[in-house]
Design a protein around this ligand. Structure first.
Ligand SMILES: [Zn+2]
Length: 108
């Protein structure tokens, strides 16, 4: 979970947007693309991930805009935790980019 997802602002967004998104189920999972159906466990998810949106210079309002929100499967019996897996992959990619940058630093 990123710092963005620990803010009171994000909690408020999910409180408001969850019922709106729930009314649109079934809809494709924001991360795996398979349907999120009523009765499955899911989380409010960003369609453009926060880390990518920030690199693109999006504001918090743009990142949390309803047009950038959808549903993503979350951990449950017989179900992958798509949102957490996607977040983990992005985090690993960021760490690997940083390592590569560090390797390119002069050694003096
Ligand atoms: Zn999924």
């Amino acid at each position: 979970m990123t710092a963005h997802h620990r803010t009171a602002a994000w909690a408020a967004v999910t409180r408001v947007q969850r019922p709106r998104i729930e009314a649109t189920l079934p809809r494709p999972c924001a991360d795996c693309g398979r349907p999120v159906t009523p009765g499955q466990k899911w989380q409010v998810a960003h369609l453009t991930p926060v880390s990518i949106a920030k690199r693109l210079g999006w504001s918090v309002q743009q990142i949390n805009d309803p047009s950038n929100l959808g549903a993503s499967h979350t951990k449950a019996k017989g179900q992958k935790a798509c949102n957490q897996i996607a977040g983990g992959k992005l985090g690993a990619a960021a760490t690997n980019r940083k390592r590569q940058t560090d390797k390119n630093m002069p050694s003096w």
